[in-house]
Design a protein around this ligand. Structure first.
Ligand code: CP
Ligand code: NVA
Length: 303
């Protein structure tokens, strides 16, 4: 593995599968009361420039279960908030900490933190991608479907951080990936370039029924992400119709699963009845954040 986990493309297929196997093992042990203090005495710093429920709690609990501790670092309190350069913060923090998880806006900030830190950096969401979430999504798909080969994964909605990571993660895992999104809200160009290596495995259309046809796994995400609150009204108009509902589910495979990274907006990107019908999968996915991230931390941080 590389020193850091900054985006899905940092992983080879072999590394991804190793992480998923380790996550499943750690999950089994946790559920059966078997302690695994693999990161005993280690500290993870967690820098959050945006809100979080799942990421914060799952990293903090995960570090505790691994025998270490996690420190919540708010930019309001750190000197970063008063303009101390990230290059200096990185060099200072990596002398105290064994790993840093960061959630921020610009992917370049995360890349810069990784360049200047001597400890591993984990991306806990940027505007560009959300790799920890997608590791949890893949773990959930593997649990419910038994594997990835021959599956079609379909994402409906904004070509945002989730779309970017799902495309890369889904293709590396071996699935066919289809995207249903409006023309002006397509995934990042770097991600679309990445798909060129996966001839015939990737499709993108503004027709959500074509995208969802024959899908085994359907995913969606909010129409307006964190930081886009000012565009929310305009986005409601653009994305109206880009919803996972029973009509859309009728063109998917009959045993198709539905995932959502959460938080969800019922009546917008997902209909309330579809959400509830698939709550079992969606909340297992939320739980799997814990197990998948523990695997990432063990792989990157274990001495
Ligand atoms: N899915 C996810 O990352 O949730 P939080 O924003 O609550 O961390
Ligand atoms: N696309 C969403 C994901 C939240 C987990 C956002 O960036 O706000």
């Amino acid at each position: 593995m590389k020193k850091d986990f900054l985006k899905m493309a940092d992983l080879s297929k072999e590394e991804m599968f190793e992480l998923l196997d380790l996550a499943a093992k750690l999950k089994y042990e946790t559920k059966n009361g078997i302690e695994h203090h693999i990161l005993k005495g280690q500290s993870l710093g967690m820098i959050f420039q945006k809100s979080s429920t799942r990421t914060r709690v799952s990293f903090e609990v995960g570090m505790y279960q691994l025998g270490g501790q996690a420190l919540f670092l708010s930019p309001r309190d750190l000197q970063i908030g008063r303009g101390e350069p990230l290059e200096d913060t990185a060099r200072v923090l990596s002398r105290y900490l064994d790993g840093i998880m960061i959630r921020t806006f610009d992917q370049e900030e995360v890349e810069k933190l990784a360049e200047y830190s001597t400890c591993p950096i984990i991306n806990g969401l940027t505007d560009y991608c959300h790799p920890c979430q997608v590791m949890a999504d893949l773990l959930t798909i593997k649990e419910f479907k038994g594997g990835f080969e021959g599956l079609k994964m379909c994402y409906i909605g904004d070509g945002n951080n989730m779309a970017n990571s799902l495309i890369v993660g889904g293709l590396i895992a071996g699935m066919d990936v289809s995207i249903g999104c409006p023309d002006n809200y397509q995934p990042d160009k770097k991600v679309l370039d990445f798909t060129k290596d996966y001839n015939g495995k990737f499709t993108m259309t503004d027709d959500i029924f074509a995208a969802a046809s024959g899908a085994d796994v359907l995913l969606t995400d909010v129409w307006a992400s964190m930081g886009q609150e000012g565009e929310a009204e305009e986005r409601k108009k653009v994305f109206s119709g880009y919803q996972i509902n029973n009509e859309l589910m009728s063109v998917a495979n009959k045993d198709a699963m539905v995932l959502h990274c959460l938080p969800a907006h019922r009546g917008e990107e997902i209909a309330a009845d579809v959400f509830e019908a698939h709550a079992n999968e969606i909340f297992e996915e939320a739980e799997n954040r814990l197990h998948a991230q523990k695997a990432v931390m063990v792989k990157l941080m274990a001495k």
